[in-house]
Design a protein around this ligand. Structure first.
Ligand code: NAP
Length: 519
């Protein structure tokens, strides 16, 4: 039997009492390790995090916590090679895809450490944040209202998705720890190994105070029951699980503040008037092929719908297909391979099933099923080559706008004019990101504003940023990550604004002498 990974709760490593759920190598099918959380005393574990971890973190100021983040980053950096090996084994990723997860996490931690250090200078020794200016309520002598933000005295529970075992933890933990809030992470079972190992390395380093970081691997049973009113919950995953969470009494009755990042039918829009082969055309084609293949399309931000003027449908189909045909898919250990596997057999089955559904309403423009795999058994491995679908019936193909296939699948959609294209983008019912490609700055600005209300991020690519833009799907800590509607309604990152989620805002009504004594 494979090794059973421990959970780290209440300041010590604890094994689940069950047999455990196995984690597999998605390329070879080999069992790697097992995870289990059966029998953990979660209420006691959470109490320890709140009291011991929370108190220790809140005793520090923002500058000191920023130093902790920098030291956590240094610990992780020193073990980076191990994480690449784990990701290869458990997520089936090529190096470039691991970088998105592992190096993306290191970058985000470093960025929050930097912002936190700046914040620390401004806030000095303060352990709270001033929120805006004081407003006068009374006449002379003045009676004032000053808003402050104080760290919530609970814990932050992260329930994460399988596709970012590293970044998914640290993009949330960085603002939480900087805010003074202890973290409990429950990674998705399929890829929990990397998260567990990173937590183990940080625990072993002794950088963080006891109770500041815990990990529960295995079933989510009992986690939400153990939440209390001042805790916060950040969930990333499917809309179905999100709906279960929203109905739970922790959220519905105890008002646990909740951030939800869920499914998204993101789009990439080529503006009208761009000629085939123009720079904007090529930029869109390149980005679509890239987004379909990075992490085998298992990115919440990946392009699912490619919106193009009807007259360019054939040209874009040809150009994207030509790029996809060059992507070698298979065992990431083979040096010729550029795209690895999906993370599990369950995901492979879900992708193939979703593809079959979409094919009832869309034609196949580039068929991944015809592509031979490199050094990978088509039956045993979870490798699936990219498939480009297409429809000229943009309005009739409802599934294309509604069904997220979480893999290397995108659908080309022909539109009539710009209002039609914008309406189609909005048919995603709220998405994480839309990218827009064109060369007319005024038209791009207008389209971006039109899309802003229904998207968390609008990524505008014009020739002037061809070489410098950060990519449609890359989530940068400087920008908001999240989206309205079916994307879950969440907001993460976006610089120091991310700290708001981990703070409680209160109005202090008092005279100027009292407010002046706040520090
Ligand atoms: P999922 O099945 O919803 O699982 C997400 C997490 O929730 C896992 O840790 C899972 O644990 C846990 N979970 C399952 N049932 C639960 C319950 N009843 N109560 C509490 N937690 C529960 O999603 P997934 O398949 O891992 O992830 C893929 C989806 O995530 C895609 O739809 C994708 O769009 C979305 N996603 C969104 C973002 C974003 O930022 N918006 C980022 C990444 C992924 P187990 O693994 O143990 O079941």
């Amino acid at each position: 039997m494979s090794e059973l990974l421990n959970n780290f709760v209440a300041g010590r490593w604890q094994a689940g009492s069950g047999a455990g759920t196995p984690l597999f190598d998605p390329v070879t099918g080999d069992e790697l390790v097992r995870v289990d959380a059966t029998g953990l005393d979660l209420p006691a574990a959470f109490a320890f995090a709140r009291t011991t971890g929370g108190a220790a973190l809140r005793a520090l100021n923002y500058g000191q916590r920023a130093e902790l983040l920098a030291r956590v980053g240094a610990v992780l950096q020193s073990r980076r090679d191990d994480y690449y090996a784990l990701s290869l084994a458990n997520s089936g990723t090529v190096k470039n895809d691991t970088a998105v997860d592992v190096d993306g996490a290191l970058y985000t931690l470093a960025q929050y450490a930097k912002w936190g250090a700046e914040l620390g200078k401004g806030a000095g020794e303060r352990r709270f944040l001033l929120d805006g200016e004081a407003a006068r309520l009374g006449k002379e002598p003045p009676f004032l209202s000053q808003h402050v933000q104080v760290p919530t005295p609970g814990l932050a529970l992260f329930i994460n998705a399988f596709n970012f075992p590293s970044w998914g933890l640290w993009e949330k933990a960085a603002p939480a720890l900087l805010s003074g809030v202890p973290v409990v992470v429950k990674p998705a079972t399929a890829t929990a190994w990397l998260t567990q190992r990173m937590v183990a390395d940080v625990v072993e380093s002794g950088v963080l105070p006891a109770g500041a970081l815990s990990v529960v691997c295995g079933s989510s049973a009992g986690l939400l029951d153990a939440l209390e009113p001042f805790d916060v919950l950040s969930f990333t995953g499917s809309a179905d699980t999100a709906a279960v969470i929203r109905r739970h009494s922790a959220v519905a009755e105890r008002s646990v503040r909740t951030n939800i990042e869920a499914d998204s039918l993101n789009s990439a829009l080529l503006m009208p008037g761009e000629a085939p082969g123009s720079e904007a055309f090529e930029l869109q084609v390149k980005e679509v092929a890239r987004e379909m293949t990075v992490k085998s399309g298992q990115k919440c931000t990946a392009i699912r719908r490619v919106l193009v003027p009807a007259a360019l449908y054939g040209a874009v189909a040809e150009a994207v297909s030509a790029r996809l045909a060059k992507v070698s898919v298979g065992n990431p250990r083979h040096e010729a391979v550029r795209m690895g596997a999906l993370v599990s057999r369950a995901q492979k089955a879900a992708v193939l099933e979703g593809l079959a559904r979409l094919r009832t309403q869309a034609e196949v423009l580039h068929d991944g099923a015809r592509q031979p795999l490199v050094d990978a058994d088509p039956e045993r491995s979870c490798c699936v080559a990219p498939t480009l679908l297409g429809t000229r019936d943009a309005d009739g193909a409802a599934l294309v706008h509604d069904h997220e296939v979480f893999g290397p699948v995108s659908t080309l959609v022909a539109y009539r004019d710009l209002p039609h294209a914008l309406a189609l983008a909005r048919r995603g019912q709220g998405s994480l990101v839309a990218s827009v490609y064109g060369s007319d700055a005024a038209a791009l600005a207008g389209a971006a504003l039109e899309l802003a209300a229904s998207h968390g991020r609008v990524h505008v690519v014009s020739p002037e940023v061809a070489a410098t833009h950060t990519g449609h799907g890359n989530v940068m800590p400087q920008s908001l990550h999240g989206g309205p509607g079916r994307a879950g309604g969440g907001e993460e990152l976006g610089g120091l604004k991310a700290l708001n989620f981990y703070h409680r805002r209160a109005a202090l009504q008092a005279g100027s002498a009292v407010l002046g004594a706040l520090g």
